[in-house]
Design a protein around this ligand. Structure first.
Ligand SMILES: [Zn+2]
Length: 601
């Protein structure tokens, strides 16, 4: 596509982009930006809206260009300059001096559960970035200071006490904070911290006073919550004291207003990490009883707070919505209705529908049902994404899930020629996939979503649930199949992409053990997987994933040099400024914005 055409297209979308821009600005923080948003109703002019200059801008274009300046206008990149070349600015242009900062394209997370994060009860407080017990407690303490008395501080998934080292010099000392430690930092707020899908969890005295001995669900369960004297609550699958506590929090705290507040919190957090586009992979259908875990929500209503935020123009990051379908009935009646009554790839640049996934049936437990579900998705012309955690040679003699999935994809691709490549069908996680099956999926045009989720709890020696590491990043990249990085946050993994890049490039888990030997990739490759290569997954490789003229104006200014920092610092990279469609959606107030536009009309 020529640049002119791209510009024209950008121009024709200007009205949409301006309203999205205006609303994003309003949402960012308060009145100053709201004023700018109003100022957007103005006469057309030729000045760039924003120019960032004097930086090291890794464009991730095909040539690997590192530019020094970039201009954004009407939501899209207008001009990119290298060396000392100058980009023309005008009186309407906001100029940001990067002072040598590293800039990368907006991160695309091709597989996570952002919508679940936006529906968490209480003030969800990510702990994934704490790299010691002291840092975890400091994070909770800071949250307590900004919240009203008695408000619940919750952290539901995304972290593991493996990285809460009691002694930072010894990475085997990770543990939950104790009730007494939580009381010290949050004396006036109840706290609930729960790992993974279903705990275990811990609370403080204020929380224990509310939860202990409470019967949450007399109808379905009738069992009172037991909180240990140390604040601990047992976890595990099914009804547990952790899941009873979680149900209590959901039933008492969640309402439409809280979900909207939590949704904005989740988007703000994403923007602070530099994750500007998300493919959400849905939830397990909630039953509103104590068997619901952290990954359960109502698949038919949980998007409402997000859609409301976008409708009001307050959406900060781009969302692509997958619909998860997991049914015991071979006829998959809910999937049938979804395919009949929803539209794939429908929406605008900020929010649109994606595909069916990360489940299209009840896993591969019944291969015939899986194949039939895949057939229905193909016939309706949707994208399918399925998840795989299997490995050949593990305990059972049944073929691993990825073999069943890819075989079904092959069958469907014959019946509906080219559907797998055209619609971008994906197998996600694939810790145990072999080269033979990578090549089969590659041959029909499919892709693999790769994640560093084993960073948190993966340990071939000590964790029987993850007796092997993976995914085999190196083998997958060398095969040439479509692949991209994702977080699979918010339950079993962090959203923070820099932690996943740490794992992909070092193979080292949260306990400091190298568990993915010989499968490491380079930092250049990891960044490409999280940006340019993920354009394929959203089917928007002409719009997203690199800093190129005509593409959507999403970028991240980093607080340190991704390519130069030590491995330990890699995990701690943050955005100092995140821009989505030309709008500043996260600003750590490190960079000076010159010629701050006022009401110029
Ligand atoms: Zn997932």
């Amino acid at each position: 596509m020529s640049q002119d055409k791209r510009r024209q297209r950008g121009f024709s979308r200007r009205k949409f982009m301006q309203s999205a821009a205006a609303s994003a600005a309003v949402a960012t923080s308060g009145t100053m930006l709201a004023g700018q948003a109003q100022a957007k109703k103005k006469t057309p002019h030729l000045d760039a809206d924003v120019v960032l200059q004097n930086g090291r801008i890794y464009t991730m274009d095909e040539q690997g260009t590192v530019a020094s300046s970039v201009a954004i206008k009407d939501g899209r990149f207008m001009e990119i300059a290298s060396g000392r070349a100058h980009i023309r600015t005008g009186p309407r242009t906001r100029i940001i001096d990067l002072r040598g900062s590293t800039v990368v394209p907006g991160i695309i997370d091709n597989h996570n559960h952002l919508v679940l994060m936006g529906n968490r009860p209480g003030y969800h407080t990510p702990l994934e970035n704490a790299h010691s017990l002291a840092e975890a407690l400091a994070t909770i303490g800071a949250r307590a200071r900004e919240l009203p008395r008695d408000a619940w501080i919750t952290t539901i998934g995304g972290f593991h006490f493996n990285h809460f080292y009691a002694n930072p010099a010894d990475k085997t000392t990770g543990r939950f904070p104790t009730l007494a430690e939580l009381d010290l930092v949050a004396p006036n707020n109840p706290v609930f911290l729960s790992i993974s899908f279903s705990g275990p969890s811990v609370t403080n005295t204020a929380g224990r006073n509310i939860l202990n001995n409470r019967v949450v669900d007399p109808v379905n369960d009738g069992v009172p919550i037991v909180v240990g004297a140390d604040g601990s609550m047992a976890g595990g699958f099914g009804a547990t004291h952790t899941s009873r506590a979680l149900l209590y929090l959901r039933r008492t705290l969640l309402n439409s207003e809280e979900r909207r507040r939590s949704t904005l919190d989740a988007m703000r957090y994403a923007a602070s990490l530099g994750v500007t586009t998300h493919i959400d992979q849905g939830a397990f259908q909630a039953l509103d009883n104590p068997t619901d875990g952290a990954a359960h929500e109502d698949n038919f209503t949980m998007h409402f707070p997000f859609l409301e935020m976008y409708e009001q123009g307050k959406g900060l990051v781009r969302l692509r919505i997958n619909f998860l379908h997991m049914e015991m009935d071979d006829a998959t009646p809910e999937l049938v209705q979804r395919l009949k009554n929803a539209f794939p790839f429908f929406g605008g640049d900020m929010v649109k529908t994606g595909g069916i996934g990360e489940f299209i049936a009840q896993g591969t437990a019944v291969p015939g049902r899986f194949l039939e579900a895949a057939r229905k998705v193909a016939k309706a012309g949707w994208r399918a994404e399925v998840h795989s955690l299997g490995r050949r040679g593990s305990a059972t003699s049944a073929p691993p899930d990825y073999e069943l999935e890819i075989s079904a994809f092959e069958t469907v691709n014959t019946e509906f020629p080219g559907v797998v490549g055209d619609k971008r069908w994906v197998v996600a996680h694939v810790p145990g996939i072999t080269l033979e099956w990578i090549n089969k999926l590659k041959a029909i045009g499919g892709g693999l979503s790769l994640t560093g989720w084993q960073f948190l709890a993966g340990n071939p020696v000590t964790n029987p649930i993850a007796p092997y590491a993976g995914p085999p990043f190196r083998m997958i990249l060398d095969s040439g199949i479509n692949s991209g990085l994702s977080s699979d946050g918010m339950q079993i993994a962090p959203m923070n992409p820099w932690i996943h890049m740490y794992f992909a490039t070092t193979g080292i888990n949260a306990r400091g053990v190298e568990i993915n030997r010989n499968q490491q990739i380079t930092r250049q490759e990891a960044l490409r997987l999280y940006t340019r290569d993920n354009g394929w997954f959203v089917r928007e490789e002409n719009e997203l994933g690199s800093i190129e003229v005509g593409k959507l104006g999403d970028l991240v200014v980093l607080d340190r040099d991704y390519f130069a920092v030590s491995n330990e610092e890699l995990k701690r990279i943050r955005s100092v400024m995140t821009i989505v469609g030309g709008n500043i959606v996260h600003d750590a107030k490190v960079l000076r914005v010159e010629r701050e536009r006022d009401d110029e009309d």
